[in-house]
Design a protein around this ligand. Structure first.
Ligand code: ADP
Length: 293
């Protein structure tokens, strides 16, 4: 029997409607419009398109958008100056440093310069530490979106076996922590992992964040497994696909996110929700904490 399709687009639509209402209520109460600041070192076209789409999404929920564009010749110091500018700007609530930065920059050093209360990507060491301690924090958007999809479809996590393929700081790493915090038993796989198929076959929940077309196929899955595919890959014919071979996986899995239309749309809404969360903390009195959003 074909799997349940985990519809990220529908969830994102619900989240957008809810967030628009909460933004309007916040603006009416605090006379300040939550504002996202994006720092972007100009690189490829697809990143530029992503930033423009983000601006549209921001405006749709009633938030402001500020853009700091750096030329690719900018130095580390110029990048960090841009981060300081948004960090100290009372009108900017959440700051996104468009990742990945070109290789010549020290990304960790750049993120360290950011006010952690504005770190809506959850990459600052303070936010990473809070997530590891299972305390409220600003969390990386992509894995947080994956967790929301699992929750929305009532997928049980406690006591179940999960395999996460990929260990990056932005997706695979924090997703493993979030699953662990939800009491799943988590195995993290990466480039050096041997016998990936054997590990995947034992998992109730399979998460892919590797950026490899066809990495997981239907014959590798345990029947009924839940599959969350964070892969965003472009085929030679310019169409988009995930890391999972959807056609074979959908016949074996119990539930699966499609690409596109799965985890992607939810990521943007989590990011915007984090901007409102950050605004609550920086603009509302100090006894407010992050549990409120
Ligand atoms: P992202 O930011 O989307 O997570 P990265 O390129 O930073 O992507 O990380 C890719 C991750 O996927 C790395 O942790 C890497 O070890 C893992 N990975 C890449 N190829 C494979 C593979 N063939 N098998 C298992 N893991 C892989």
């Amino acid at each position: 029997m074909a799997a349940t399709v985990l519809n990220g687009r529908a969830l994102a639509r619900e989240m957008r409607e809810d967030l628009s209402l909460r933004v309007a209520a916040y603006v009416a109460q605090h006379h300040h419009t939550p504002t996202l600041g994006v720092i972007h070192v100009y690189g490829d076209r697809s990143a530029e398109r992503y930033v423009r789409n983000l601006q549209v999404s921001c405006n749709r929920v009633g938030m402001n958008f500020k853009y700091y564009l750096l030329h690719h010749t900018a130095t580390q110091r110029e990048l960090e100056n841009a981060i300081h500018t948004f960090s100290s700007d009372i009108n900017v609530d959440g700051v996104l440093i468009q990742m990945p930065l070109p290789a010549k920059y020290d990304s960790a050093a750049a993120v360290f310069q950011l006010d952690h209360r504005k770190d809506i990507d959850g990459l600052h060491p303070i936010n990473v530490g809070l997530l590891n301690q299972n305390k409220p924090s600003l969390v990386p958007n992509t894995p947080a979106g994956g967790m929301l999809i699992l929750d929305r479809y009532g997928i049980e996590l406690a006591g179940r076996d999960a395999v996460v393929i990929g260990r990056s700081a932005v997706v695979g790493g924090p997703m493993s922590t979030m699953l662990l915090n939800a009491e799943a038993t988590v195995e993290i796989c990466h480039r050096a992992t041997r016998n990936l198929a054997d590990k995947v076959r034992r998992a109730d929940i399979v998460v892919t964040a590797a950026g490899k077309i066809g990495l997981v196929t239907g014959d590798m899955l345990k029947p009924g497994a839940t599959v969350i595919d964070f892969g965003i890959n472009v085929r030679p014919d310019n169409t988009m696909c995930g890391d999972v071979d959807y056609a074979s996986a959908v016949e074996v899995a119990g539930a699966i996110t499609p690409v596109p239309g799965g985890t992607g749309p939810v990521t943007t809404m989590v990011l915007l929700n984090n901007v409102l969360k950050a605004a609550m903390v920086t603009h509302v009195d100090s006894d407010n904490d992050m549990d409120q959003c």
